[in-house]
Design a protein around this ligand. Structure first.
Ligand code: ASP
Length: 330
């Protein structure tokens, strides 16, 4: 247990059931053998409530024998295209200059990755990231270069700023105070990160976001950074992050959780340990949110956040439900 675990200022949440309704996968399925789950039971796990419709799309792929990679791409395209989701894709809140800039990354079971950041005018950065992964020998393309790449690959340019997002920006601009309703911890952290395990036991992950609402023009968070916003190691597990990207980057959050799993921690223990590391790195001052979802190659899942309020969607065995995650700070 790390030093931070022993500190009394953190009120640890009670046992899993008390903080939320995490269902141990083994009991949900009536199976405990991880090898069996790995082969027989596809799983998709994703962040926040828009993870539910995203998981539905992923499940269609997984249940028809499709790959985890196709599942995560198809899954996260749902919130990317939904104008009501103000933290991802089309309809995402703009930056301080009222420009919607998007970030995304994708990673497959063979360790290949694709990522785009600071992209304007394209609804589905996750699919551009996949093109980077499959059609170039690069891992990450940003800004105008990524837009040009998208255009050349036939992606259609669109205006991403919805009326809802624009009026949110106007409200923020009018107030610009530290105690208004637009602080990151309140409602602006809703990146979708999705992890999937397919029927062949292959893992993949995707992460896509409009980033922090009203961020400085050009700011990029953790979400498109392989190892920070998302990471997949097919021999160990996969992890995705949401919340204050700067805090996740500082600890290479998703990579850290995977490495802790490699050392023998369960996905849930590994998420907790990484969150405690973040608290430590910030001297115990955490006025922000970070959440992780994790999936082991054996099909065990974990989900946890710094602060109460993080939710995740889990699709397994034909069921797709939203759960409240355990947290470490009240
Ligand atoms: N992690 C994202 C970022 O920092 C924000 C979020 O999860 O909503 O850009």
């Amino acid at each position: 247990m790390s030093e931070i675990s022993r500190r009394s200022f953190i009120k640890m949440s009670a046992a899993l059931g008390a903080a939320g309704s995490i269902v141990p996968l083994g009991s949900a399925l009536g199976k405990t053998g991880s090898e069996k789950m790995m082969k027989d039971n596809p799983i998709a796990i994703s962040t926040w409530k828009h993870g539910v419709p995203a998981n539905d799309a992923a499940w269609k792929v997984l249940s028809s024998g499709g790959s985890a990679l196709d599942a995560v791409e198809q899954g996260v395209r749902v919130p990317e295209g939904d104008p009501e989701v103000t933290s991802v894709g089309y309809g995402g809140y703009p930056d301080e200059d009222c420009r919607v800039t998007l970030d995304a990354c994708i990673m497959g079971p063979d360790g290949t990755t694709g990522s785009v950041a600071f992209v304007e005018g394209y609804k589905h950065p996750i699919s551009i990231a996949r093109k980077v992964m499959e059609e170039t020998d690069h891992d990450m393309i940003v800004g105008e270069g990524a837009e040009e790449f998208a255009r050349k690959h036939g992606f259609k340019k669109v205006d991403l700023l919805t009326e809802k997002a624009r009026s949110g920006w106007l409200k923020w601009k009018a107030k610009m105070s530290d105690d208004d309703d637009w602080l990151p911890r309140k409602e602006n952290h809703d990146t979708i990160g999705m992890l999937a395990l397919d029927a062949k036991g292959q893992l993949a992950g995707a992460c896509t976001t409009s980033g922090l609402a009203f961020k400085i023009h050009g700011r990029v968070g953790d979400s498109p950074i392989i190892g920070a916003g998302m990471y997949v190691d097919n021999e160990v597990g996969a992890v995705a992050a949401t919340g204050r990207g700067e805090a996740v980057i500082r600890v290479c959050g998703s990579f850290l959780v995977v490495e802790l799993m490699r050392q023998g921690m369960s996905p849930q223990e590994a998420c907790r340990e990484a969150l405690e590391r973040i608290v430590e790195k910030h001297g115990g001052k955490t006025d922000f949110q970070v959440g992780f979802v994790a999936l082991s190659r054996g099909g065990e899942h974990g989900a946890m956040s710094l602060v109460k309020g993080f939710e995740y969607a889990l699709a397994v065995d034909g069921r797709n439900e939203l759960f409240k995650a355990e947290y470490i700070i009240e």
